[in-house]
Ligand binder design. Structure first.
Ligand SMILES: Cc1cc2nc3c(=O)[nH]c(=O)nc-3n(C[C@H](O)[C@H](O)[C@H](O)COP(=O)(O)OP(=O)(O)OC[C@H]3O[C@@H](n4cnc5c(N)ncnc54)[C@H](O)[C@@H]3O)c2cc1C
Ligand code: SF4
Length: 553
């Protein structure tokens, strides 16, 4: 069967635009620490830094406090964050030891949970694999978590700048010296309009890259500094919806099997968010084999299964969104997550445990460790923190439950490269042996190097009641990006009609269309999920406040 090799059509990362060697502008804002990304990782880092600085001052440490800025590309905090989510509260407890659990930004405790194997007509309950136990955890909306963390950070004197995407890292020699933000107010041709605002430079003694999944700056930094990893990072795409429902869900539900083909890795989740709201989503590894596979459409099809339908019927779609997840695990972690003037935390460093679908507490914990390392490094008074002064960050991560949890499940996701049934059997053995089976490391290639059989997409007509097309879905993400914005997507070479079709299926937001034999691109639709950055056209930051406006994700 003819195939597409995604890598052949993909552009290199635009390193010259991301690693900026020109000196900071004369108007540059001087900070001690700049954090890129206001997700759980970046905000936890900011909060811990503020706490340490306060403690130090109170103890007579002589410091005059720290100037910390968090830059976020979303117009308002939380609008670009999407998760499941069932949250392990461990890192919250460490960061807020004095706040009672009931006051943390969770929706409800997990009281029951079930895992099902789906076929097209049936749902067979199976024993919950040990890695998927969620008792003593809480369901939550990450948008609400981020807004809550943002309020705590602001209360501690952190400068939060929403609507300021970072375009590149300012560097000097091998050291990172700060960041440059994107300009805004450009027209489609990239020319300034009346609303034009120049980029802003912020210099920093430490820059913390907390930009989340498939981070552009972390990719650029690792490539520039030739930081490798045992395996390349792998990604999955999650498409998620939040529904207002009439029938309450009393448990956390995961399903495996249908509607995924057996050669794809993934599954669904359905979580209660209070008595009348449900989060439902489908996550699929981006190493799937068939070019016609379309995660958004599979989720729509899945909702028509009796098992889900009985909850959704009579209800209403409130919000829709999509995001990738780094799921390579332990062997895909960068061999170092620090350098001269820089630290990488959270999803940007790949701290996600896929068998348990957990990343929030690892992101927060890594942010806390980054803050501790940065604070000690800055206390010495150096103009910029050296790599050796920041190296304790990696040691803290390596000695913590972040590394030990990921090590325990180190080969599980990789086993599914052999398909659902073989992978499932191997994963079972890995669980029983605490990760020791099969010994050593399973080697994998990156997602874009996996060939795709050219298969047609499945015909799909949304009913606009339970199922929705991509354009209606994007509307439900709150995306209202102005349609005169310049394209932020870098399309590669030799885009045949089949490749155009492939991109139209990869992208959940309908950004790519095949029109005749050509690829048509609709950049304003983009919800920054980064799936095509993994398999096709590169994503770059665009004008602040563009993209989705999630409230409940
Ligand atoms: C479908 C799905 C389900 C999941 N389910 C769960 C779950 O149930 N439990 C769990 O624990 N984890 C879950 N995860 C994983 C979890 O959501 C992530 O691990 C976690 O959000 C990572 O936090 P972070 O702060 O590193 O990144 P993010 O939460 O992604 O935050 C990064 C922030 O950086 C901003 N940013 C990015 N680039 C720039 C830039 N250039 N300039 C400025 N700002 C920028 C983004 O807008 C974003 O706000 C799930 C993930 C997905 C996609
Ligand atoms: S174009 Fe945007 S929305 Fe579509 S896959 Fe790429 S990043 Fe996601």
């Amino acid at each position: 069967m003819p195939t597409i090799l995604p890598k052949r059509h993909q552009r290199d990362i635009p390193l010259d635009k991301l690693i900026l060697r020109d000196p900071p502008g004369a108007e540059a804002i001087e900070m001690d620490v700049v954090i890129v990304g206001a997700g759980p990782a970046g905000l936890s880092c900011a909060i811990e830094l503020a706490r340490l600085a306060k403690q130090d001052q109170e103890a007579g440490g002589g410091g005059s406090g720290l100037n910390v800025a968090v830059l976020e590309k979303a117009g308002s905090l939380g609008e670009h964050n999407l998760s499941g989510a069932v949250v392990n509260p461990r890192a919250f407890r460490e960061l807020f030891p004095d706040i009672p659990l009931e006051e943390l930004p969770f929706r409800q405790p997990v009281e029951a949970e079930s895992v099902y194997l789906l076929t097209e007509r049936r749902a067979q309950r199976i024993p919950t694999p040990p890695t998927m136990h969620n008792r003593s955890y809480y369901t939550a909306s990450i948008c609400e978590i981020v807004r809550w963390l943002g309020e705590r950070a602001e209360g501690l004197g952190i400068n939060l700048f929403a609507g300021f995407p970072v375009d590149g890292l300012l560097v000097e020699g091998n050291a990172v010296r700060g960041v440059r933000t994107t300009p805004s107010g450009l027209d489609r041709a990239g020319q300034p309009t009346g609303d034009y605002t120049e980029p802003t430079d912020l210099t920093a003694r430490v820059t913390v890259v907390a930009e989340g999944t498939r981070g552009l700056l972390s990719q650029a930094y690792q490539q520039w500094q030739r930081i490798g990893s045992s395996n390349p990072q792998l990604f999955a795409l999650g498409v998620k919806e939040v529904w207002q429902t009439k029938r309450p869900l009393d448990r956390v539900v995961h399903t495996l099997g249908w509607p995924l083909p057996t050669d794809a890795f993934g599954g669904s989740f359905m979580y209660p968010l209070g008595p009348d709201k449900i989060a439902i989503g489908l996550v699929v590894g981006l190493d799937y084999h068939q070019a016609g596979l379309d995660v958004h459409q599979l989720l729509q099809q899945m909702k028509l299964h009796r098992f889900f339908r009985r909850y959704l019927e009579g209800g209403q779609l409130l919000e829709w969104g999509a995001k990738t997840i780094p799921e390579g695990g332990y062997y895909s972690l960068p061999e170092r997550r620090y350098g001269d003037g820089i630290l990488m935390v959270g999803d940007a460093a790949g701290f996600v445990d896929v068998p348990s679908l957990k990343g929030i507490h690892y992101a927060m914990q890594s942010g806390i460790y980054a803050a501790r390392a940065a604070f000690s490094a800055l206390k010495s008074g150096a103009a910029s923190a050296s790599a050796s002064a920041l190296a304790p960050y990696d040691r803290m991560v390596n000695d913590s439950y972040i590394a030990s949890d990921l090590y325990r499940t180190r080969n599980m996701r990789l086993a599914f490269k052999d398909g659902f049934f073989v992978g499932g059997a191997k994963a079972g053995l890995m669980t029983v042996t605490g990760g020791r089976f099969p010994g050593g490391k399973i080697n994998v290639q990156d997602d874009a190097s996996a060939p795709r059989a050219i298969t047609p997409g499945r015909p799909f007509t949304p009913d606009n009641v339970l199922t929705f097309g991509k354009l209606d879905a994007v509307f439900k993400s709150g995306n209202a990006t102005r349609d005169t914005i310049p394209s932020h997507l870098l399309v590669g070479k030799d885009i045949s009609p089949e490749v155009a079709d492939f991109y139209s299926h990869v992208c959940p937001a309908g950004v790519y269309e095949r029109v005749g034999n050509e690829l048509r691109v609709n950049p304003p639709n983009c919800v920054d999920c980064k799936a095509t950055d993994v398999l096709g056209p590169r994503w770059t930051p665009r004008e602040g406040g563009s993209g989705p406006k999630y409230r409940l994700m």
